[in-house]
Design a protein around this ligand. Structure first.
Ligand code: AMP
Ligand code: MG
Length: 418
């Protein structure tokens, strides 16, 4: 497990900026280095453990990019079209057994290896066949046209995939193109997830009139799984210091990260801070982010703990900015900064200077075809419908105090967060 010192999340300032939080997490968290080997079909979403140098060039041999006719560069018609006799026919998967004869052209198909000596291919649409069966090639084609030289995509020996890359389908495709069957990846990080709160009942259990069903735990577990974590569902802890402390202590040694939701404000019934302090160390980060509230960062027996706020939207947004970078850092992944895409605001908004705000928004296509963001009409941090009925978050930087319709704002799609 990742062992961290008790004071690694200590922070001197009154307010933690979002960038400050990400910076502090990525420098303090130790990446896991345990490896495992997975079959290519299971590699999507895993973090690559070692650099991969191309074991062969891509493409592995020079081949035709089109269906057409191959010629030597020395035979390319210069000023007038020229009729050439055929010498050979090479299809994909086939091979030319002899070099192309001077003054001849070879019938060739997309993906077929170039016959020795041939360097340029005429597209079949650009030639005609004369009465004698010769191929009439037009003048002026650039030498090397319509050929994919060996190694033009990736030369042999080049580092093609980097250690720390979170593998996506295109990375898996590249490994397959190299003929690799198995990949060394970092083992999945193990995350223990608890909800806290006497007002919570688990779906499937009886719910008292004053209770609501626990939704955050299922949201957070789903988000963690999308980040490639192995998740332990540890249910709901009651708002009571000793049972909280016992529950958390039990999982510390066997997990890489403990994640809780609820109970981290400073009210009398918020017991996470005291519970963690009785068995480890904890700091409350007052984050300059809305929605959000204090986020708890702690260490129990060397295992990091993050305590997210209970309000579902605050929990979601702080997950994105605190848990996501922590998980990526623990998992040995290269940082994946979130890059908002500029869209046009279709709303008015006022905000306080000095804090980052995230506005839930839906995208639509404006009359001129440009993308516009429409703000969700209500703002409560408890409104799950606001996350369900929108497409993503508008990021308003610390310096922004007002948004007017027509202004350019940065949009983070939910699809890009995980
Ligand atoms: P807390 O952060 O514990 O003060 O909770 C803030 C608000 O979020 C309260 O209204 C809680 O009922 C609600 N809440 C806390 N935990 C959850 C949860 N796991 N699922 C849904 N709502 C929650
Ligand atoms: Mg609570």
């Amino acid at each position: 497990m990742a062992q961290l010192s008790d004071d690694c999340f200590a922070f001197g300032g009154p307010m933690m900026s979002v960038d400050g939080a990400v910076g502090l997490i990525t420098t303090r968290v130790n990446a896991i280095t345990d490896l495992e080997t997975v079959a290519l079909v299971d590699a999507d979403g895993r973090v690559l453990a070692r650099d991969i140098a191309a074991p062969l060039p891509l493409p592995p041999f020079s081949n035709s990019a089109v269906d057409g006719y191959a010629v030597r560069n020395a035979d390319l018609p210069q000023s007038a079209e020229q009729a050439m006799p055929l010498d050979g026919r090479i299809q994909a998967g086939g091979a030319a057994h002899a070099p192309i004869k001077p003054g001849h052209t070879a019938r060739i198909f997309t993906g077929a290896p170039m016959p020795p000596g041939a360097e340029t291919v005429f597209m079949q649409e650009d030639v005609r066949i004369d009465a004698s069966g010769k191929i009439v090639l037009p003048a002026g084609l650039k030498p090397g046209a319509n050929v994919r030289p060996a190694g033009e995509d990736i030369p042999q020996g080049q580092i093609a995939l980097r250690a720390g890359q979170r593998l996506r389908p295109q990375h898996v495709a590249l490994a397959a193109a190299f003929g690799l069957v198995r990949l060394d990846v970092i083992r999945r990080i193990r995350v223990a997830v608890f909800s806290t709160g006497d007002e919570l009942a688990s779906p499937g259990e009886p719910r008292a009139a004053s209770q609501l069903f626990d939704s955050n735990r299922f949201m957070l577990m789903a988000m963690l799984r999308r980040l490639g974590c192995e998740v332990s569902d540890l249910g709901i802890l009651r708002d009571e210091r000793t049972s909280l402390a016992n529950g958390l202590k039990q999982v510390a040694g066997s997990h890489d990260l403990i994640l809780t939701t609820g109970g981290v404000s400073t009210g009398e019934e918020d017991h996470v801070k005291a519970a963690v302090e009785s068995i480890g160390s904890l700091v409350l980060w007052r984050m300059a982010i809305k929605p959000g509230r204090p986020v708890a960062m702690g260490i129990i027996e060397g295992t990091p703990l993050i305590g997210l706020p209970g309000n579902p939207v605050a929990s979601f947004v702080t997950f994105v900015h605190v848990v996501r970078p922590t998980v990526l850092a623990l998992a040995g992944s290269l940082p994946e900064p979130l890059l908002p895409i500029p869209v046009r605001a279709a709303f008015t908004y006022k905000k306080k200077i000095g804090r980052r705000e995230y506005v839930r928004a839906t995208l639509r296509c404006g009359e001129d075809g440009a993308l516009e963001a429409v703000k969700f009409p209500r703002e409560g941090a408890g409104l799950l419908s606001s996350l369900v009925d929108t497409d993503g978050l508008i990021e308003l930087g610390e310096d922004v105090i007002r948004v007017e319709p027509g202004q350019s704002v940065g949009f983070l799609s939910y699809a890009d967060l995980l």
